[in-house]
Design a protein around this ligand. Structure first.
Ligand SMILES: Nc1nc2c(ncn2[C@@H]2O[C@H](COP(=O)(O)OP(=O)(O)OP(=O)(O)O)[C@@H](O)[C@H]2O)c(=O)[nH]1
Length: 563
């Protein structure tokens, strides 16, 4: 056998090397290939939209269709129906984020991308992912999110807008007693138990009987004498045709004199307020005060809403007085505290009288302004009572045409006090109502015209402009003598913000601090007077018709100190 030439061995070796290289390359190439098939079980299961719960994001919020939006009223708005396409792999971007009371408005949307661990999710092409909704729900316009309720919140949904419906009811065939029938009288068989209540608002009471307002014996024709409770005696021929009986004269109530009211109501103030007095007296009466004690005094004043500057000044003043004269016992501590607090409350205030007396042959004109729900209508009604009790003739202007029931509410106050009420339908121009009220006051020769205005959203320039217009229109007939800003004492420092904004739109001349019966923060009196430079003239100490009192610094401080 002939020897194989060397070159053949060389060729065989080269071919063998090439084959090895090719095979190794093929194996490596296969290993580097990306798998595109989805795994059997995704690492992060995503519930179908609108059915299951979405993974929570930061702050406890949940994305998806059940996000509630706060409106100005703080009332949750029902979420809009979710019409977005289903996106199993990618959670949708929420159109807006609910702002909880007390939280700062978020400036960036809540992250909705999958969390970090979603890197486990394989790279899946997402052909069905569609664009987010093209009409996002706008964020509410509220810019003030400090948690205080009611700052113009009702501007969107008047709080009692559902109450003013007139219900058509079937009239009963016989007079229906609203009170328990006397045992001797047989009840009329045809009377439905619900009838008296339902009928009362729409049927006038009989002209002949001064019946209570809820008694509405509708079958009483003027010519038929029917004893109020003698249902069975009514003739069957007398039908239940509505009879145009003259409206009953409104029962004007007896009004409590305003003098000494603050003393009478002091108990209410004390109950909520004297925590301040007690702790101050406790600190001062304890004898030698160290630095910590003085810090506690200042903190106590701060917590009662006196404001930082006033608290510091009062503390410094107390320190000086204690250093100069000493405090030997609780009585001397109380006397010192009283003097210093009264001075603080009266600082810069010369006159707390309400300018409600007629002058120059025309009535005085008072405008009652403030944020909704602070007690404007109630205060207007209470003030009307005081004026009427003092023998003045009063006209009330229902210029709160925004809240449907406000005019009704004022009318009731007017009827009870014996004051004329000028009103129009809800939604009319408030400036026109105010104008008419003043005109009526002048024509009637009234002594005072009180104009109740709608709650203002102090962050909304449109509504605030409207308030300015009311004042300007009124002034075409007569100068406005008093602009009373009604502040709810329970809103604390937020009241100061409102006060400042209102004072930029209309010149406030006096403050009415309502709901002082429900807060331990009476120090707001000092803070708001300092902020506006106008006096607190009246205080509201309850929901009762006569729970409005003149503000008196001495009596107020006595109440704080629990005397
Ligand atoms: N406890 C207490 N409640 C008060 C006082 N003054 C008013 N209220 C209550 O506060 C609520 C709101 O009073 P309104 O007079 O309707 O308030 P408003 O400012 O006219 O409200 P809008 O018409 O919505 O702007 C009512 O339930 C009143 O009875 C007060 O001094 N003490």
């Amino acid at each position: 056998m002939a020897a194989v030439p060397a070159w053949i061995w060389i060729v065989i070796a080269v071919v063998a090397v090439l084959v090895v290289v090719f095979v190794v390359g093929l194996v490596l190439a296969r290993r580097r290939r990306v798998t595109i098939a989805p795994p059997a079980t995704p690492a992060t299961p995503v519930a179908p939209e609108g059915k299951g719960e979405k993974p929570p994001t930061k702050g406890g919020y949940r994305t998806g269709g059940s996000i509630s939006f706060s409106q100005g009223s703080g009332a949750a708005v029902a979420p809009k129906p979710d019409t977005r396409p289903k996106q199993p792999a990618t959670p949708p971007v929420p159109p807006a984020v609910a702002v909880p009371p007390g939280a700062a408005a978020p400036t960036t949307p809540i992250p909705t991308v999958p969390p970090a661990e979603s890197t486990d999710v394989p790279l899946v092409p997402a052909p069905r992912v569609e664009a987010p909704p093209t009409t996002p729900i706008p964020l509410p316009e509220r810019t003030e999110v400090d948690g205080q309720p009611g700052v113009g919140d009702d501007a969107a949904v008047p709080r009692d807008s559902v109450r003013d419906a007139v219900v058509d009811v079937e009239l009963p065939g016989a007079p229906a007693p609203a009170v328990e029938p006397a045992p001797a009288v047989e009840p009329a068989p045809a009377v439905e138990p619900e009838a008296p209540e339902a009928v009362a608002p729409v049927v006038p009471a009989p002209a002949t009987e001064p019946a209570p307002p809820t008694v509405a014996p509708v079958s009483e024709a003027p010519v038929v004498e029917v004893p109020p409770l003698a249902g069975p005696a009514v003739s069957p021929e007398i039908t239940a045709e509505p009879v145009a009986a003259p409206a009953p004269a409104p029962v004007v109530e007896e009004i409590e004199p305003s003098a000494g009211r603050l003393s009478r109501l002091r108990g209410r103030l004390s109950r909520s307020q004297n925590a301040l007095g007690r702790s101050l007296l406790g600190l001062l009466g304890a004898g030698a005060l160290d630095e910590d004690s003085w810090t506690d005094v200042e903190d106590t004043l701060l917590m009662a809403d006196l404001g930082a500057t006033a608290s510091a000044e009062i503390t410094a003043r107390l320190r000086r007085e204690v250093a100069a004269h000493g405090v030997t016992d609780t009585a001397s501590a109380r006397a010192l505290l009283r003097r210093v607090l009264v001075e603080a409350v009266d600082e810069g205030i010369a006159d707390r009288s309400v300018r409600a007396l007629p002058h120059d042959g025309r009535p005085s004109v008072l405008l009652v302004v403030g944020v909704n729900g602070t007690g404007k209508t109630t205060t207007t009604g209470k003030l009307a009572r005081v004026l009427v009790a003092d023998g003045l003739q009063v006209v009330l202007g229902a210029a709160d045409t925004f809240r449907a029931a406000a005019a009704d509410q004022l009318q009731t106050w007017g009827e009870r006090a014996g004051a004329v009420v000028v009103r129009v339908d809800a939604g009319a121009d408030p400036a026109a109502v105010a104008f008419d009220a003043v005109k009526r006051g002048i024509t009637d020769g009234a002594d005072a015209v009180l104009i109740d205005t709608a709650g203002r959203l102090h962050t909304k320039s449109g509504l605030m402009d409207e308030l300015g217009k009311v004042k300007r229109v009124v002034e075409k007939q007569a100068a406005v003598d008093e602009v009373l800003l009604v502040l709810d004492a329970t809103t604390g420092q937020n009241g100061l913000v409102q006060a400042k904004v209102f004072s930029e739109v209309v010149a406030i001349t006096g403050i009415v601090l309502t709901k002082l019966d429900g807060t331990a923060k009476g120090g707001i009196v000092v803070a708001v007077q300092r902020a506006l430079g106008v006096p607190v003239k009246l205080v509201g100490l309850g929901e009762g018709a006569d729970d409005l009192a003149p503000f008196e610094s001495g009596a107020f401080v006595d109440a704080l100190l629990g005397e």
